[in-house]
Design a protein around this ligand. Structure first.
Ligand code: C2E
Ligand code: MG
Ligand code: MG
Ligand code: MG
Length: 286
């Protein structure tokens, strides 16, 4: 846009911040439209048992299929959706879409009853008690059992308003929904707080997995995080596994579950379920 005003003025308008501001404004308007016109899609990334390679669930990750900009990553529009109050309808949509998809796979006998879908919740969703009502509505509507639904909450979202978060999480837990802490180690939660939250799993943030060095001489903080999870009786998922070394080291450290490009990137629904039913990625496992 600044460019169109001519070469001479280019520098005045080309401050990165100005361009970013234009984009955010455009994205805001377009995001309203995207939700109405169903431009959002859910991708699914397999979560595997590191010992056996069995895919036990999928993480639901939203994308924006923009008519001209292509597939937009959630990192560029989730923060905007949070900002402009669209995260509640957006989050509800992802939850509904994922549960209906799972129900469909169950009906088609492509997954068994133990297979789960893991959905990310944002900070805003976790500060409103309506969340529980909405989850009830979706569970009712789809008739999936609560054990097949897992919700991922980032450490920072938990710490935004711990008493409210605890209350909401307890209501969800009473229904049998599984709860996990996401991006563990990147927020500011104090360790002493952690056991007040009713959590089943801990997700090691990918920045820690990246610290596992290729010669395996340095494992960074991964062993410590796995220990914390064990002490708190939570199961562990490592995210962002890209190399065979990282994978092997995590197995050696007794990390039960993993996710990462080494196994599969997030895929559109049909591709994800086909991958699960094929044995392609299984070559990595003994
Ligand atoms: P997250 O929940 O921590 O999800 C993991 C991110 O890591 C995903 O990025 C995934 O595609 C990416 N990833 C997986 N394996 C690898 C790997 O081996 N290497 C690398 N470099 N990356 C890997 P994605 O899909 O772009 O999502 C980014 C973040 O956006 C998510 O982080 C989550 O915080 C948020 N997000 C995505 N979908 C939703 C949603 O429906 N609701 C909310 N509230 N947040 C969402
Ligand atoms: Mg997540
Ligand atoms: Mg994560
Ligand atoms: Mg992450």
């Amino acid at each position: 846009r600044a460019k169109a005003l001519g070469r001479g003025r280019y520098h005045i308008f080309d401050s990165t911040m100005h361009v970013a501001a234009i984009n955010i404004l455009e994205l805001e308007t377009e995001l309203h439209r995207a939700i109405k016109q169903e431009e959002l899609v859910v991708y699914y990334q397999p979560i595997v048992v590191l010992n056996t390679g069995k895919i036990v669930g999928f993480e639901a990750l939203v994308r924006w299929q923009h008519p001209t900009r292509g597939l937009i990553s959630p990192q560029s529009f989730i923060p905007i959706a949070e900002e402009i109050g669209l995260i509640i309808p957006l989050g509800n949509w992802v939850l509904s879409q994922s549960c209906h998809q799972l129900r469909k796979w169950q009906r088609e006998n492509r997954v068994d009853d133990s297979f789960f879908i893991s959905v990310n919740l944002s900070t805003r969703q976790l500060t409103q008690l309506d969340l529980v009502k909405y989850v009830d509505k979706i569970l009712d509507e789809t008739e999936i059992s609560p054990q097949c639904l897992k919700l991922e909450i980032t450490e920072s979202a938990l710490m935004e308003n711990p008493p409210v978060a605890i209350e909401i999480l307890q209501s969800l837990r009473r229904r049998g929904i599984q709860l996990g802490i996401d991006d563990f180690g990147t927020g500011y939660s104090s360790l002493s707080y952690l056991h007040y939250f009713p959590l089943d799993t801990l997700k090691i943030d990918q920045s820690f997995v990246k610290q596992i060095d290729e010669r395996s001489t340095d494992l960074g903080l991964v062993p410590v995080i796995i220990n914390i999870a064990e002490i708190l009786k939570m199961s562990v998922i490592a995210e962002g596994i890209e190399t065979v070394t990282q994978f092997k080291q995590l197995v050696a450290l007794n990390c039960q579950f993993g996710q990462g490009y080494l196994f599969s990137p997030p895929l559109a629904g049909e591709e994800a379920i086909k991958l699960m039913l094929s044995n392609e990625y299984q070559q990595l496992f003994p």
